[in-house]
Design a protein around this ligand. Structure first.
Ligand SMILES: [Zn+2]
Length: 696
């Protein structure tokens, strides 16, 4: 995936799961939108001893994780509401009628094809047979580039909408991204990939839990191959080959902490140099089969990975590669195949890896797939119905107020020199704020959507998306495009385009609520806005300049001051996480933790400025019996109310940059004297850190 910093990890929304035929909601039976309420606070507890428990304990008890989810919280509830909203628009579009617009026809027929489970089951593996035959027909390893290209053109490329354990590129990943040294031009990027487990640690760690997961994974691979027609002994043998190849890929892949420093990814090469790294893989052949235009240069994020790939290409037999490719195709498209594949896929990735008990209802999965595959077509009806233009203006006003607050924070910083402050201001004013949805909708008219061919629809829309990205090689950077679809409950910052992006999906209660107080909105969506703004100035973002170039604009002394402050955060978050059964590495989560801490600071300053302009202050009553300041902190906690199943929590702490919800609340407020003031906490209490960390 591109170098972007997200707000949240939404594993639960994305598990490729399968279905009971639960009745789908009609417009009249949409789930209720949750609004923040003071009643959910547990007043029997002391906010100064465990604020998360005080603010969220009652909520969590009243809202257990549903059987078809890997976690449950405020985010997921809104995501489910959005999917139900999207589903309403899809159902309408799916009704055959002469009045449908071309966009409705496309998304409606896609949805109808996905819902026709009988036809999908009846077709079985037949729609995938041409691809499996092509793999079976490989005569020599020199044909691999062409076959891998054909696979890359029919599976979903990595997408910020779904951080999906079940998605991985085959052998390697290919995408387009601004050059690290010159962000004006889009370059081809070649990245490590090809491992179906959620991270390289899953292949390399030696503890009992990791070994157990690997054993079950090999059994799962064998069962998928058996379902595709292999004999039991052949499938057992092939699953060992798959595991051996993926383990070797994991060994040569770059470590996640090393990967966090963008300079380690900035390896620019000519195609000739790429070719020299992997003499056994003909890149000209591969890119020709992808119909990719030449790229002025190629960013090879992990050269050691390509070196490892070369060794594997030499050492593994053609038969082993065929097993790996057959598995990769079945795995990547499992959720679009017949029921046995969907259920086997869910059994491992949903149940074993995610702790999820049940498949999501089919209508919901089909709505999610439509959003992933045709997002900006699906999003048009969603936005028209659920995101009024006045909300966009209100949101823009808040973003501006919080940016102003960061500007004031930069000016007040005692640890930065004037020259670094000046460069920081230049960067801040060059940032583009994108709210809700794109100004120009993506045109999907080139994709052929058939009402009776779900797998084909997924393959063709995936091919469209990968071709769209590849067509950008050598083109000028485009800062107006979106990497998330409108109904997504998430947000991201993109340092190479210097943008912050808030899809309409997160601009709903309890994040953004036009009927709620300023304190409520600044604590919830304001904290999210602050988080994304600060990503531009966290340990990764601060290395990119106003134009998105990886270029140092810090004096050596200021950078040293930054690192010292950053270390406080890193040490604080290197902590035991008992609910995940593993220890958190603060170096992995440093960027997200800095964004949470700094983001809430500037959101609070934005609130104070806004209240002042209205003749009020932080101690003003906010209408629900508490002050605006108390409301601010409770609203921040409220958006993180929820929990993950232990299996998901373990994966998240091991492989993702986000701290778990409890720590996103408690560690942050413990660093803020304003919190101690709001709730009358005293030195020595758990929510008052003796060594309070502060970068921004
Ligand atoms: Zn983030």
């Amino acid at each position: 995936m591109r170098f972007s910093a997200l707000l949240a990890l939404l594993l639960a929304m994305c598990t490729t799961s399968f279905a009971q035929s639960d009745a789908a909601p009609s417009s009249s039976s949409m789930p209720a939108l949750q609004r923040f309420s003071i009643d959910q606070v547990d007043k029997t507890l002391d906010p100064c001893s465990d604020f998360f428990q005080y603010a969220c304990g009652k909520w969590i008890k009243a809202n257990p994780i549903p059987a078809d989810q890997g976690g449950w919280g405020t985010f997921n509830m809104l995501a489910i509401w959005n999917i139900a909203a999207v589903h309403n628009t899809l159902e309408e579009a799916a009704q055959p009628s002469a009045n449908r617009t071309p966009v409705q026809q496309k998304v409606g027929d896609y949805f109808a094809s996905c819902m026709d489970e009988d036809a999908i089951n009846k077709a079985g593996l037949k729609p995938l047979q041409p691809e499996l035959d092509r793999i079976a027909g490989i005569k020599k390893k020199s044909q691999l580039p062409e076959v891998i290209a054909s696979i890359h053109l029919m599976i979903r490329p990595a997408n910020l909408n779904f951080i999906d354990a079940a998605y991985q590129g085959v052998l390697f990943g290919v995408y387009s991204a601004p050059g690290f040294d010159d962000a004006r031009v889009t370059l081809a990027s070649l990245d490590q990939s090809g491992m179906a487990l959620p991270g390289r640690e899953f292949y390399l760690k030696d503890d009992a839990k990791s070994k157990e997961i690997r054993d079950k994974y090999v059994q799962h691979v064998a069962r998928m191959l058996e379902l595709s027609g292999e004999s039991t002994p052949q499938a057992a043998k092939d699953s060992q080959s798959v595991m051996a190849i993926e383990t070797e890929l994991a060994k040569s892949a770059m470590d996640i902490i090393v990967r966090r420093d963008p300079k380690n990814l900035n390896n620019r090469m000519s195609l000739k140099q790429v070719q020299a790294l992997t003499p056994s893989f003909n890149w000209k052949q591969y890119f020709a089969a992808m119909q990719a235009p030449p790229s002025p240069q190629y960013t090879v994020t992990a050269p050691d990975f390509l070196r490892g790939m070369e060794k594997l290409l030499q050492s593994r037999s053609l038969e082993e590669w065929q097993a790996y490719l057959r598995w990769s195709v079945l795995h990547s498209l499992a959720s679009s195949l017949s029921q046995p594949f969907v259920e086997e896929n869910f059994d491992f990735f949903g149940r074993t890896l995610g702790g999820t008990k049940e498949l999501q209802p089919r209508w919901r999965r089909c709505s999610i797939y439509a959003d992933i595959d045709l997002g900006e077509a699906v999003g048009q009806a969603y936005v028209a119905k659920y995101f009024p233009p006045e909300n966009k203006q209100r949101m823009l006003d808040m973003v501006k107020a919080i940016e102003t607050a960061l500007g004031q924070d930069i000016d007040a910083a005692t640890w930065m020199s004037d020259s670094t402050k000046k460069a920081a201001h230049v960067k801040l004013s060059a940032q583009i704020d994108k709210i809700g949805y794109p100004d120009h909708w993506r045109d999907y008219s080139a994709i052929e959507i058939k009402r009776d061919d779900f797998l084909g629809n997924v393959q063709r829309s995936s091919g469209f998306e990968i071709r769209r990205r590849i067509a950008k090689f050598g083109q000028p950077a485009n800062r107006t495009e979106w990497d998330m679809t409108p109904p997504t409950v998430n947000a991201y910052e993109d340092p190479q385009h210097n943008t912050i992006n808030f899809p309409a999906g997160i601009l709903q209660p309890p994040f953004f609520d036009t009927s709620a107080s300023e304190g409520n909105n600044y604590g919830a969506i304001g904290g999210v806005i602050g988080h994304e703004i600060i990503h531009g100035y966290d340990d990764q973002g601060r290395k990119f300049d106003a134009e998105g170039n990886l270029k140092d604009w810090w004096t050596a002394a200021d950078a040293a001051n930054y690192d010292q402050r950053d270390r406080c955060i890193t040490d604080e978050y290197t902590q035991d996480v008992p609910e995940a059964g593993v220890k958190q590495n603060g170096k992995l989560s440093a960027g997200e933790d800095t964004a949470d801490n700094g983001g809430l600071h500037i959101a609070l300053a934005g609130l104070e400025n806004t209240l002042k302009s209205q003749g009020k202050n932080l101690e003003s009553p906010s209408g629900n019996g508490i002050t605006e300041l108390q409301n601010f902190f409770l609203s921040w906690a409220n958006v993180w109310c929820g929990e993950l199943r232990p299996e998901i929590a373990r994966t998240a702490v091991m492989t993702q940059g986000h701290s778990l919800e409890r720590y996103r609340v408690n560690n942050v407020v413990g660093n803020m004297p304003e919190f101690a003031h709001a709730f009358g906490c005293r030195a020595g209490q758990p929510m008052v850190h003796a060594n309070a960390c502060r970068v921004w």
